[in-house]
Ligand binder design. Structure first.
Ligand code: B12
Ligand code: SF4
Length: 477
């Protein structure tokens, strides 16, 4: 059987929003995961429209497409083109799970939720010649899942070919997050066997890894065992975690010891009312500044995530947030306009209140306002969002924010990372065009390499290691 997996571009290549390097960061890991369930005799390819041209003049036996909200239109057009030729098309991913009826109109079969259990069932059904039109994820486990077929990925086309996920979901329930929609009807947070995760890490060439897990510190025992196993593997890695998890145990020190050098942290908002209304309780009352100090003391750079336009925001939110982030020495910031994704609690609330203004999914890219705002106009919100990016990455602010570190080597790293990421576009464009991104990976590894660190300050309330009975933290935070 000839199987073609496709990741349609999340943004039109002609759009001014298409920043080549941003879309050449990670390979389509979900599709490589699914490819592992095919038979050795199957012919399989993965086409990532972000880094290569997609041709639809072929006739594979089966086409599988990953649908996110902002590629839905492109995904459906590709699906329709293949189906018109009689090719069987299956669709899966976040957007299919959020809006199955919409997706079903463009597919022979749809998959809801994670597909590690349902895709193999479908393949068996296909062999028998009788399959369902819809497969819903019921069993939620990563045990006995074969390793992703990474040899199908063209490593030279990605800055971070070693992306990896060792868990699925997250223990929290923020109401704007896709998570509860995607994992509905079953476990919404589960982890791989630690030995399997370590074996996968061991198989990855080079030093640098990027964990795409929603919350790498979310399962404390797993994270503890993972970091213990990674010690001595000579890795440098990046990942994501919550403020609470940084402050509430010693896992972050263990992560740093294992090679964590940069962390994506969802600060989201400096406004407690916004946190409450978004059900982001775990950020409420947390000392953001203590978390930042702790990370910086460990030599971990921070990518802060912030969302603008929640109901308690007013037009001063942009300057306040940027000034705070710069003053705290946050290395990179990701700003978002609040976006109610279909299937989330946030969407339902907006829909109930009659505030959804557009269902053009292309606009659900966190750069456009798609709902009726409070506290400021939609124009103010969009303008403020763009201004926040400009201001945060202004040369003088990059300098100021680097100087917020008290260690000279941290300052240098901060400058190298930010200038490299945001101020070298022609170089990135050239390397992307030459399909030589692998040349840059060692540079990234060098910037992320370890520097001497001072003994970190112990946050209030965290037990010193000597006092903990087993050194194995409780299961969840
Ligand atoms: C990597 C990533 C990206 C990459 C995407 C390219 C890539 N190569 O994957 C990049 C960096 C480009 C990116 C960009 C953006 N992203 Co992003 N990204 C992710 C991230 C961190 C990981 C995705 C991943 O690999 N998951 C791991 C794999 C194993 O899971 P999976 O892909 O879901 O696949 C499984 C199932 O979905 C299913 N499946 C998937 N496809 C198919 C197909 C078939 C046929 C079948 C059977 C099954 C199936 O099977 C797989 C195994 O279970 C997710 C967060 C997350 N945890 O998923 C956010 C996420 C997808 N991103 C998100 C957002 C918001 C964005 C941006 C809009 C942010 C921004 N403002 O820039 C942009 C979008 C670009 C735009 N329009 O301009 C949101 C999407 C929300 C939504 N409802 O769609 C997420 C969920 C983050 C979040 N928490 O909000 N992103
Ligand atoms: S902590 Fe992050 S991943 Fe978890 S539910 Fe909240 S926004 Fe989603």
């Amino acid at each position: 059987m000839h199987v073609k997996f496709i990741l349609p571009s999340l943004v039109e290549a002609k759009s001014p929003m298409f920043r080549p390097i941003k879309y050449s960061l990670f390979p389509p890991l979900g599709l490589a995961t699914l490819a592992a369930f095919l038979d050795d005799s199957d012919e399989v390819e993965i086409v990532d429209q972000h880094v290569e041209t997609l041709r639809t003049d072929d006739e594979p036996d089966l086409v599988g497409i990953e649908v996110y909200i902002t590629n839905a239109k492109r995904a459906y057009a590709i699906a329709d083109a293949y189906r018109a030729k009689g090719v069987m098309v299956i669709l899966g991913g976040l957007h299919v799970t959020s809006l199955p009826e919409e997706a079903a109109a463009h597919a022979d079969v749809i998959f809801l939720g994670p597909a590690e259990a349902s895709f193999p069932v479908f393949l068996q059904d296909l062999k028998k010649g009788r399959w369902q039109q819809r497969y819903v994820s019921a069993e939620r486990t990563l045990h006995h899942v074969p390793p992703p077929r990474r040899e199908l990925i063209q490593r030279n086309r990605y800055l971070v070919p070693n992306s990896i996920v060792v868990s699925r979901g997250c223990p929290h329930h923020c109401d704007f997050c896709y998570k509860d929609a995607f994992y509905q009807g079953g476990k919404s947070f589960y982890v791989q066997a630690v030995d399997d995760a370590l074996a996968e890490i061991d198989r990855l060439p080079g030093r640098h890894l990027y964990f795409l897990d929603d919350h790498l510190l979310g399962h404390k025992r797993f994270a503890h065992e993972l970091f213990t196993g990674m010690r001595g593997m000579n890795r440098v890695f990046q990942g994501a975690a919550t403020v609470q998890s940084i402050l509430s145990s010693h896992l972050i020190e263990e992560a740093a010891e294992a090679g964590l050098r940069s962390l994506f942290v969802g600060f989201e908002t400096l406004n407690p009312e916004n946190l409450s209304s978004s059900n982001k309780q775990h950020n409420l009352g947390q000392d953001y500044e203590a978390a930042i100090r702790r990370l910086h003391d460990l030599g971990i750079m921070i990518n802060g995530s912030f969302v603008f336009g929640l109901d308690s925001d007013t037009s001063d939110v942009f300057k306040r947030t940027v000034d705070w982030a710069v003053g705290m020495g946050i290395t990179t910031s990701t700003f978002h306009i609040a976006t109610p994704y279909p299937g989330t609690g946030y969407f339902q609330r907006m829909e109930r209140e009659g505030r959804i203004l557009s269902k053009d999914w292309d606009l659900y890219d966190t750069r456009h306002v798609v709902f009726e705002t409070r506290g400021m106009s939609a124009q103010e919100l969009e303008a403020g969002y763009h201004r926040a990016y400009r201001d945060f990455y202004r040369g003088s602010n990059i300098w100021k924010s680097a100087m917020a570190h008290d260690h000279a080597k941290h300052r240098l790293k901060h400058l190298a990372y930010t200038v490299g990421w945001k101020k070298m576009e022609p170089l990135w464009n050239l390397v992307v065009q030459l399909k030589q991104l692998n040349v840059m990976t060692p540079v990234l590894e060098a910037v992320l390499s370890r520097i001497d660190r001072r003994a970190p300050a112990r946050p209030e309330g965290a037990a010193p290691l000597a006092e903990s009975s087993s050194n194995v933290p409780p299961l969840l935070d």
